[in-house]
Design a binder for this molecule. Sequence first.
Ligand code: UD1
Length: 432
Amino acid sequence: MMRPGTGRDGREHTGGVSSLIVRPSGPLQGAIPIGGAKNSVLKLMAATVLAEGDYVLRNVPDIADVGWMGELLEHMGLTVERGDHEMAIHSPADVTPEAPYELVEKMRASIVVLGPLLARFGEARVALPGGDDFGSRPIDMHLKALEALGAEVGMEHGYVTARAAQLTGARILLEFPSVGATENALMAAVLAKGTTVIDNAAREPELADLATLLNRMGAQIRGAGSSTITVEGVESLHPVEHTVVADRIEAATYLAAVGIAGGEVTLQGAVPDHMTMLVQKVGEMGMRCSPDGGGLWALARPPLRSVDVSTLPYPGLATDYKPLLVAMLAVADGVGIVTENLFAGRFRYVDELVRMGADIRTESHHAVVRGVPRLSGAPVRAPDIRAGAALAIAGLAAEGETVVADADHIDRGYEDFVGKLTAVGADVERID
Ligand code: UD1
């Protein structure tokens, strides 16, 4: 049985009661193991709805969101057993095709059960996710894609409902390469009758990981990782074992920590090919990175040079990297202009960085970051997963103590954040 929101240490990861204390540190030295990707494992777990039987997932990160997705699967009638970075899932012949509000509210990624539930059971009922700290995040493209496959989509009492006796392959042209919409369309199309072509599909490595799992399950998907994905529908799928792809965003976080504190660190298990644009960007800032036998080696001697940053869908610079890059620019030499092209509201942590002495001005979806020689430790609040991590690593270059409140946000996406940083010499401590 899962205990959602609770790490193996038994500590509650929700409720906003934990803080991190960060003191100036550096240079960092050593190795940090990179875990399985949050943005992949949640979708792989959802995919187990597609076929009855027993699955094993490996390289599963011990993070709170995995607990929430496990809770959602159990609500639907699946059985989830969690071991040491492994997960066994039993998918029964029949499930309750519903994602309730209490769980969707905790984790927006729950919306990805819509496609697989509809494909296998002909119906699904999923609570409409509310807004979050990024601002409004619509799901219109998810719904249009399912409608293109023949689903009847409706809305009642705050729930999205979808029905289809048999989905039929179709051409789906996404207005924007949305990760979630591509995943829902893909997981619906694998059991549809005939051929589906998804154009302007998302190309993220986590999406390619999902397609690899689905193909092992017997799906016929070509082109995943490119912007045109072709799916030949099959009648049924079967369960498999699968190892989750490495988390490029977790790797980027520790890369940024090295950029801020200085030092030389190897990110074990990171996949440099999934981080090419970021490696190029931090290279322009003066960091040195190179692939290192199954990982990524990084060296930095601050201060780094400022650069301009513009977020784009993969292979562009991920929006999830942005708070980390802004933290790096806050102590770099010069001025950097940061443009957010995905989520309008993703600048809320900037006010917190300003409280630490950063010189940042925002105007609509742009931020102008003027580097300062040193930040000054202050009490700040983590608004979400990545911004929380960014504030903590900014504290590595801040005089005095930085106290990051609501550190529980960080636990949603990072396993042993404090342990991994302290292992390379950072002065970070957790208080509950
Ligand atoms: C996923 C990631 C998130 C990452 C984001 C972009 C997970 C759990 N989350 O989120 O960490 O920041 O990709 O790389 O994998 N949009 C619409 N209508 C839709 C769907 C999306 O307008 O139906 C818009 C969104 O508001 C946003 C943009 O499209 O502006 C991209 O969103 P999307 O790629 O769908 O992000 P998620 O899948 O939600």
